[in-house]
Design a binder for this molecule. Structure first.
Ligand code: CA
Length: 230
């Protein structure tokens, strides 16, 4: 397994090599320019990309690599907690990100997941669930729409994840109940209705294009091909 690490922080590189060295053959590039040259000149299984490089931003590096049609999965190391820049990176073709400081185990789990997907689907496919301009990360449990972080409560997040995993299909209230609530006894007749309403207030109401549709008498569907007039 060949891994390209584009990162200028020597301490971080040393600890990455320590924790990943027995699984990956790690090549290090300390500037964006060197990183791009490496990515284009030899074949890697994975790329780790730092956002803050001395000569250019990580997003420029990402864009340049994708523009050259290199589809190697890219995991971004983000020093910022700003969701907008993460969403931008994902739009530029990064596959996943980890915020600094990060846990070595989480990093290697994410790399493993990216590699597995890369092998099966030919690269460039991420862990993230997407529909239209909504990006949901099931691991960090964050959701953005149009680059803005949307703050969802736990059940609202679970419902959205379930809808996106079943996008373009109609799911019934019973399906949502059994997937999201499992062993919960505190349910009443309009539980699903109320939670979907709150979810819509956050994920759909502020935006022109409505994604969650009610299928009367049946349930709900999430679908981006329908423009609601609501
Ligand atoms: Ca840096």
């Amino acid at each position: 397994m060949k891994l390209l690490c584009i990162e200028d922080n020597k301490n971080l590189v040393a600890s990455l090599k320590d924790s990943l060295g027995d699984k990956y053959k790690v090549t290090v590039a300390q500037t964006g320019e060197k990183g791009i040259n490496q990515a284009l000149s030899s074949k890697y299984d994975l790329i780790i990309l730092d956002l803050g490089l001395p000569d250019m931003s990580g997003s420029e590096v990402c864009k340049a690599i994708r523009r050259a049609n290199v589809s190697t999965p890219i995991l971004v190391l983000s020093g910022t907690t700003e969701s907008a820049s993460k969403a931008t990176l994902l739009n530029l073709g990064a596959d996943d990100y980890v915020s600094k400081p990060f846990d070595g185990l989480e990093l290697s789990a994410r790399l493993k997941a990216l590699r597995r997907r890369g092998n099966h689907f030919g690269g460039g496919v991420s862990n993230l669930l997407k529909i239209y301009d909504v990006v949901l990360d099931p691991i960090s449990r964050t959701v953005t729409r149009d680059g803005k972080l949307i703050d969802l409560r736990r059940k609202e997040f679970d419902i959205l994840e379930y809808l996106i995993r079943n996008q373009n299909r109609v799911v019934t209230r019973d399906m949502i109940l059994s997937s999201v609530w499992e062993n919960d006894n505190e349910l009443w007749d309009n539980t699903v209705y109320v939670h979907v309403k709150h979810l819509r207030d956050k994920i759909d109401r502020p935006f022109e294009r409505k994604l969650i549709r009610t299928v009367y008498g049946v349930g709900y569907t999430i679908n981006h091909s329908v423009v609601s007039k609501k």
